[in-house]
Design a protein around this ligand. Structure first.
Ligand code: NAD
Length: 506
């Protein structure tokens, strides 16, 4: 357990970004940023004051006056430069991410890469923020639309993708002409800040991107702030529901991507080896700390016989610090997260599920203080058990049995969450029925983690999402812009006045 001294001057501080300057917070409330494999304190992060939040929003409001009119090519070229800088710094960014978040270095590169794809998309803004025009909607009258930026927007991000999720938000918001205030996760803000530095280096002008750190108070201040027009949130269902309600009550647009319980349905005709590899990777990768982790397997009919092979595969995964070569499963983000996952495993045993593989307290030589839990598998799981009803957010796979595809679909649809799901089969007809009848926003067919690339949008549904438009991709252009319709008529000298017309016709 680390010892943290609020005022320890030897530990580096994470800065706020206000009006183009990286500044030290004046707060008295600091939290440690901790390496989850070693408990080393890497930095101190401030919980910003209200005055600092106000200053960040004021800077963004001032910058909006000019940024909203900046030519589209100028905006696009910043993101062209930005994607190049991210590529050049990939190794450094991944190392920083692994140090504070724990995931393996290759997975950290994946985290940065999936955000980089959104930056590439933002560089194509010239083709994305186009209006529509209808010629001659009445005699000599045309109607067209302008997609205009909203103003100051804000983003609140979770700990599990500290590169990708901030990059889901501010590049598209800024590319569409808005200015932005970002509130990163207080648990791993350092890689986010490095990405922000690179964004300024790429040419984002002062005040266009601002960063404040903190927790509940800062988030509430953003939700309430009268100048902020829209809030994008990614995190847990509890906090996201609060953010949605509070922000919309204050008249803002809000989109909240939240918790999950993603089911992978396995039919007995599936390719066994590919399916078991996919399941193990998607359940235990990133130590299960992905909102799209395949944390629940539904084995249909004879596929239930594959449990011993799945357990054997899970046993081969190497639990170690994310910095070590060959690691499959790194530590959980915090001691509290590890304790919670261990408690849920105990609850699973207590409530009668069969513990096929127990990953608690693995031996990790050289990293005795790390927050490790190894791959854990339960079979005989039922709705009503805590390990089914709650999002575990750890390397724990729960297995349920179903008699038929219909039973499996009914089970998935009865779960309140709708983030992601997958079906494994070699039958096109079964896959098509699954795709048609499943009530989940993102569907994989023999693809365990079906997160769409930025040509599309992230489309979780039901309890996993509040707000209708998703982050990044096509939908986020709508989210970050206000459609204005213009109906125009020009009179030339020959136009004869028809006199006053009091009907509704143009
Ligand atoms: P979290 O909800 O605890 O934190 C998210 C953000 O909210 C952080 O910036 C945090 O500082 C802030 N916050 C925390 N408590 C708050 C409070 N009481 N009031 C206001 N703000 C508060 O989430 P997390 O633990 O960082 O991330 C894990 C969760 O995020 C999981 O549930 C996961 O499924 C979800 N997630 C969802 C998606 C998605 O796209 N659906 C993606 C990634 C993560």
């Amino acid at each position: 357990m680390n010892k943290f001294d609020q005022a320890n001057p030897t530990v580096a501080t994470v800065k706020l970004l206000i009006d183009g300057a990286f500044v030290e917070s004046t707060t008295n409330d600091w939290r440690p940023v901790v390496n989850p494999a070693t408990q080393a304190v890497l930095a101190r992060v401030p919980f910003a004051t209200h005055a600092e939040v106000d200053a960040a929003v004021a800077a963004a409001a001032e910058a909006f006056k000019t940024w909203r009119k900046t030519p589209i090519g100028t905006r696009a070229r910043i993101f062209l430069k930005y994607q190049q800088l991210i590529r050049e710094h990939m190794g450094e960014l991944a190392a920083l991410l692994t140090a504070e978040q724990g995931k393996t270095l290759p997975d950290a590169e994946g985290d940065v890469f999936r955000g980089l794809e959104v930056v590439e998309h933002a560089a194509a803004i010239g083709n994305l923020q186009l209006g529509e025009l209808a010629n001659n909607v009445a005699n000599g009258v045309d109607t067209y639309t302008l997609l205009q930026p909203l103003g100051v927007c804000a983003g609140i991000t979770p700990f599990n993708f500290p590169a990708m999720i901030p990059l889901w938000m501010f590049p598209m918001a800024i590319a569409t002409g808005n200015t932005f205030v970002l509130k990163p996760s207080e648990q791993d803000p350092m890689v986010t800040m490095r990405l922000v530095e690179l964004a300024l280096e790429a040419g984002i002008p002062k005040g266009v991107l601002n960063v404040v750190h903190g927790g509940e108070d800062v988030v509430n201040a953003l939700c309430d702030h009268p100048t902020i027009k829209a809030i994008s949130f990614v995190g847990s269902t509890r906090v996201g529901t609060h953010v949605y309600q509070r922000a919309t009550l204050a008249g803002k647009r809000a989109q909240c991507m939240m918790g999950a319980k993603n089911h992978a349905v396995v039919l007995p005709d599936a390719n066994k080896e590919q399916t078991l590899n996919a399941l193990a990777g998607a359940a235990f990768g990133a130590a299960g700390q992905r909102c799209m982790a395949a944390s629940t397997a539904v084995l249909v009919g004879e596929a239930s016989r594959w449990i011993p092979d799945l357990v054997a595969k899970a046993r081969t995964l190497k639990v170690n610090a994310g910095t070590e070569a060959g690691t499959d499963v790194g530590p959980l983000i915090s001691c509290a997260a590890r304790d919670r996952v261990e408690a849920l495993i105990a609850a699973g045993v207590e409530q009668g599920a069969t513990l096929e593989l127990d990953g608690r307290k693995p031996s990790v030589p050289g990293f005795d203080d790390g927050n490790f839990v190894g791959p854990t598998i339960f079979s005989g799981v039922q709705p009503g058990m805590r390990i089914y009803d709650e999002e575990i957010f750890g390397p724990v796979l729960v297995i349920l049995a179903a008699d038929s595809l219909d039973d499996a679909i009914a089970l998935v649809n009865a779960n309140p969450n709708g983030n992601g799901t997958a079906v494994f089969t070699q039958s096109g007809a079964a896959a098509r029925r699954f795709q048609e009848d499943i009530d989940v926003g993102q569907v994989g067919i023999n693809v365990p983690i079906p997160v769409p690339v930025p040509l599309f949008s992230f489309t979780g549904s039901r309890a996993s999402k509040l707000g209708d438009l998703g982050p990044y991709g096509k939908q986020v252009i709508q989210f970050y812009t206000q459609t204005k319709t213009v109906t125009q008529r020009w009179f030339d000298d020959e136009t004869l006045s028809a006199g006053v017309n009091t009907t509704i016709h143009l």
